[in-house]
Design a protein around this ligand. Structure first.
Ligand code: HEC
Length: 136
């Protein structure tokens, strides 16, 4: 009986864990279709003028990053550690002035005039190519 209760408990913990993971925005599966939309938006919004994916220097930081890695940034004059997740990516594009990657604090990124859903598609694209790989 104790063993039975114990297995039920383990099962509950397992389901809570799984549902938390899937409700997390970062781990939601990105469709190839959305990533492709993001690629078109990225290429037509002038982002390539300042960002490469090869590590090549183009005024802004290269965007071949390690997704979910901890990075150092300037926020309100302080150096802090943040996670490079979807929220951070969307925020970087929407409010380029709010967070500044270390060594880029004196550079300015242009604010793009895109609706939030387009910025989400660009985030899909950036996450896709840095986790799943090239679009084909
Ligand atoms: C005029 C050059 C310029 C343009 C155009 C530009 N960026 Fe940036 N971007 C920067 C600079 C400089 C930074 C670093 C400083 C900062 O965060 O403001 C940056 C930072 C970022 C970051 C955060 C990267 C990191 O590793 O922390 C993302 C994501 C990003 N840009 C995406 C975009 C997207 C998407 C577009 C097009 C809609 C775009 N950028 C257009 C210059 C630019």
């Amino acid at each position: 009986m104790i063993l039975f209760k114990f297995s039920i408990l383990i099962l509950i913990i397992f389901f809570v864990f799984v549902s938390v993971r899937f409700s997390n925005n970062d781990t939601k599966t990105i469709s190839l279709e959305n990533a492709k939309k993001g690629e078109l938006l990225f290429n037509s919004s002038g982002c390539t003028k300042c960002h490469s994916f090869t590590g090549e220097y183009r005024y802004g930081p290269p965007l071949n990053f390690t997704f979910n890695d901890n990075i150092l940034i300037f926020r309100k004059g302080k150096i802090i550690t943040v996670k490079l997740d979807r929220k951070y990516i969307v925020r970087s594009i929407t409010y380029p002035e709010s967070d500044k990657l270390l060594n880029y604090q004196n550079k300015k990124m242009t604010v793009v005039n895109l609706p939030p859903e387009d910025i989400e598609r660009i985030a899909d694209y950036l996450i896709y190519i840095n986790t799943i790989g090239k679009l084909n």
